[in-house]
Design a protein around this ligand. Structure first.
Ligand SMILES: Cc1cc2nc3c(=O)[nH]c(=O)nc-3n(C[C@H](O)[C@H](O)[C@H](O)COP(=O)(O)OP(=O)(O)OC[C@H]3O[C@@H](n4cnc5c(N)ncnc54)[C@H](O)[C@@H]3O)c2cc1C
Length: 394
């Protein structure tokens, strides 16, 4: 990163704003292509939330393209059996997760978020990550003029010229608000998510259990813990504290009540779910790319928000050359936008029935799932192949 006015050689300078999954992956992807990268993260430490994250086959391959495929496989749990249950424990659907390799080329891997963030941070060149550093795009630049970023760190304020800026500054992206003024703003998704990581009970099987407006997911991690999530629709009218949730799920199948009873309220995350209704008309302006949740925050029901951020990063690294940044970014946007829009729509479609609360609607929903039976795997494979079968550019 060169200070503005100091005879800069900006062409290969890239500033990434945000040190979440999208920003770290972008920094790693650009550094591998020879960019001189700085990742500015305004928080003073990378303290990822205490939760798990599913890395789907498309993102497993994207991470391999960043050179961290082996570390990923060493640390992650292979998703085992997957299926859908009713609150009384009866299985509606059961699928052999190992079949995913045949269908999608890889299996979904489960990680603690701290592991994924740590892996991505380690893939950056030494000194590239600058914590406690907030960055603001003051000029997005053009094909002929570099972008300009104001960088505020404990050392003071600097104006920096950059050949490329990646704004990976999250769902409330200040960059989107300023330079994509007509882009849709985040909206409430109609439910609240609870997340926790706890010691896994013996014999735990991964599953999702769908009730009336409530979904509980359990995913074993490689280190003997379980990542649990509960989404509660506003219409399910559950009190907002952990005791209220425990009371509502007291009759659900084992080990859900026992797990909830074992949790310390301070370690449980609770967030109202929000998403963007659509991505901006273009994911790039001038020399600035909008990546990850800043561009396409989606509901978590397909587990693809982070995976798509990693895809964005890997494709960006492959498609944008320092001698052709503005045009390269437009091509990158044209390639990425239709795909992320489809995933956003799919996530919203899958989320819909999880919010249903009427006994009739949920009863029909469950009957439909059960009726699919053995055909579910083949139908799911066909429907999800374009999403999960994705491969990074050569
Ligand atoms: C309940 C739930 C479950 C999920 N499960 C999954 C899953 O299983 N699989 C999956 O792939 N995805 C999942 N997701 C989605 C995933 O978490 C997000 O899509 C992903 O974390 C987005 O990463 P990001 O880097 O784009 O944004 P963020 O993680 O929000 O990072 C943005 C960063 O930018 C920083 N920042 C903001 N402004 C500035 C500034 N001016 N200067 C410097 N830094 C700045 C912020 O401090 C922050 O660190 C889930 C989401 C939720 C809510």
């Amino acid at each position: 990163m060169t200070d503005h006015g100091a005879a800069p050689d900006d062409a290969r300078t890239a500033v990434v704003i945000g040190g979440g999954v999208g920003g770290l992956a972008s920094g790693a992807a650009l550094a591998r292509r020879g960019w001189d990268v700085t990742v500015a993260e305004r928080a003073t430490s990378l303290d990822p939330v205490g939760a798990g994250i599913a890395v789907a086959p498309n993102a497993v391959r994207a991470l391999a393209a960043l050179g961290i495929g082996d570390t990923l496989r060493d640390l992650a749990a292979l998703q085992g059996e997957v299926g859908l249950r009713r609150p009384d424990g009866r299985w509606l659907l059961r699928a052999r997760a190992e079949q995913a390799t045949a269908h999608f080329g890889d299996r979904t891997l489960m990680l603690h978020r701290a592991q994924l963030v740590g892996m991505l941070a380690n893939a950056l060149p030494a000194g590239a990550l600058q914590l406690g550093t907030a960055a603001t795009v003051t000029d997005p630049g053009t094909a002929r003029r570099p972008a300009r970023v104001s960088v505020v760190s404990p050392d003071g304020v600097r104006n920096v010229d950059a050949g490329l800026v990646v704004a990976a500054d999250g769902i409330d992206s200040p960059t989107r608000a300023r330079w994509w003024a007509s882009a849709p703003a985040p909206v409430h998704g109609g439910s609240t998510a609870w997340r926790f990581v706890a010691p896994a009970p013996a014999g735990l099987v991964g599953s999702e259990t769908w009730g009336r407006g409530i979904v509980v997911g359990l995913a074993p991690l490689a280190d003997g813990r379980v990542y649990g999530y509960v989404s509660v629709a506003d219409a399910a009218d559950v009190p907002g504290d952990l005791d209220g949730l425990r009371a509502r799920l007291a009759g659900w199948h084992a080990p859900i009540p026992e797990l909830l009873a074992s949790l310390d309220e301070g370690t449980v995350l609770r967030h109202a779910l929000r998403h963007l209704p659509a991505p901006p008309a273009s994911l790039a302006t001038g020399r600035v790319a909008l990546v990850g949740d800043a561009a396409h925050a989606m509901l978590p029901n397909v587990g693809q928000g982070g995976c798509q951020a990693i895809e964005d990063a890997v494709v960006l690294g492959a498609r944008v050359r320092s001698d052709d940044v503005a045009a390269g970014l437009q091509r990158w946007s044209a390639e990425r936008r239709p795909r992320v829009r489809r995933v956003m729509r799919l996530s919203a479609r899958v989320a819909g029935p999880t919010r249903w609360t009427s006994p009739l609607a949920t009863g029909l929903r469950d009957l439909g799932a059960q009726a699919l039976g053995r055909r579910a795997e083949a139908l799911g494979a066909r429907a999800l192949r374009p999403l999960l079968g994705w491969r990074p550019p050569e």
